[in-house]
Design a protein. Structure first.
Length: 125
């Protein structure tokens, strides 16, 4: 084996091992991850929401709508905060006009529907 072929072989081995380690790395568990910040109201979150895209936040608000579409449950707080719950991970009952605290990952603001979207949601007790 020539020196050039040996170097190419080693580079392919390093690339292969690196790719395997990257692909086999487990996904981030946002559902059980700790919250980075607590917001006492949805108005406080609206002021600085761009700083928390893809981060875990805890928000307190009033339930204004509940929509069940299997396998997800959508809960709206204060008219414009949409939280998507996995039905298999929550046992919470949501009643319109209740004040609740939810920990979730902020996905972003949808200006078409005027909604702040959240996933990996969990009711904090």
């Amino acid at each position: 084996m020539s020196k050039k072929n040996f170097i190419i072989f080693i580079l392919f081995m390093i690339a292969g091992i690196t790719s395997y380690l990257y692909v086999s790395n487990p996904a981030t568990d946002y559902f059980n991850k700790e919250s980075e910040i607590y917001f006492d109201s949805t108005d406080d979150f609206k002021k600085i929401n761009k700083e928390y895209v893809s981060k875990i936040v805890t928000i307190k608000g009033q339930v204004t709508n509940v929509n069940s579409v299997s396998p997800f449950l959508s809960v709206t707080l204060d008219g414009s905060f949409l939280f998507s719950f996995d039905m298999s991970k929550t046992n919470s009952q949501f009643i319109i006009q209740d004040q609740i605290v939810i920990k979730a990952r902020f996905v972003g603001y949808d200006d078409l529907f005027d909604e702040y979207s959240f996933t990996d949601c969990k009711v904090v007790e």
